[in-house]
Design a protein around this ligand. Sequence first.
Ligand code: GLU
Length: 303
Amino acid sequence: MDYQNLLENIYYQVKNQPNKGELATYIPELARINPDKFGISLQFLDGQSYNIGDAQEKFSIQSIAKVFAFSLAISLVGKEIFKRVGVEPSGNSFNSLVQLEYEKGVPRNPFINAGAIVVADILISNLKNPKEELLLFIQKAAGKKIEYNLQVAQSEKSTGFRNAALANMLKSYGNLENDVENVLDIYFHLCSISMTCEELATSFKYLCNGGKLITSDERLLTLSQTKRLNALMQTCGFYDEAGEFTYKVGLPGKSGVGGGIIALYPEKFTIAVWSPKLNVKGNSLRGMKVLEQFTTDSQLSIF
Ligand code: GLU
């Protein structure tokens, strides 16, 4: 199949439609992004790779980074992690306080904010320099230097009242071991990672490749952990729209409010899309369209 041609067709078809949706505006760094940015990177495990549009421009990957943090945490503590965070879709907004209270401080899954805050706590308890080591893990996956955007981390902190409330509630239920402030510092830095579509598609290859880096064969996760990560992305990776994404696209993946989406087909390929305008559920509107069209035209969906 001529994937470059296929991607170009989809790209221009979507680009020629009105650019609907809204930018995330809770921090200035996201509110002032050019809403017409649009990039796609498709990378097969056998080395074929295709970029189109703004695929080499950095953007804020936001919640997509929760997948890296959870990968590192499960590689450190194994199944124990599921005593402190569940594996069910939340059916509520990603930053719900009500649900956390009903469920006595055990977050539904590691990709809602409360879950990622528990994961940040686990990293602090198990690593000497959690912020640096988390970044090293991401750099290993990406095969190159990746950085926190310190301005974004600061903005996350200065607007993060709800995340502070979640962290305090977790602490009150005994589900945080470390100081709330230290845990939030890791969480806000996690949200601030910047990557390009190309870097994102490369860095998710370990989840496509049974847990091993494609470049060196080094294992980041066991096969079983990789299965669980992909299953969690499938059921919980798209805020309160994971059902819709599964139904329309049919691949495991994760989105972020910066307008990025990563999706993958185990053993075959990863695909990253970036377009900053979001639908009402917080997922990139054009990103969803591109991926639906891609799995339809290529017939490469896992279902
Ligand atoms: N940084 C946002 C927050 O913590 C979440 C980002 C996202 O969902 O992509 O509220």
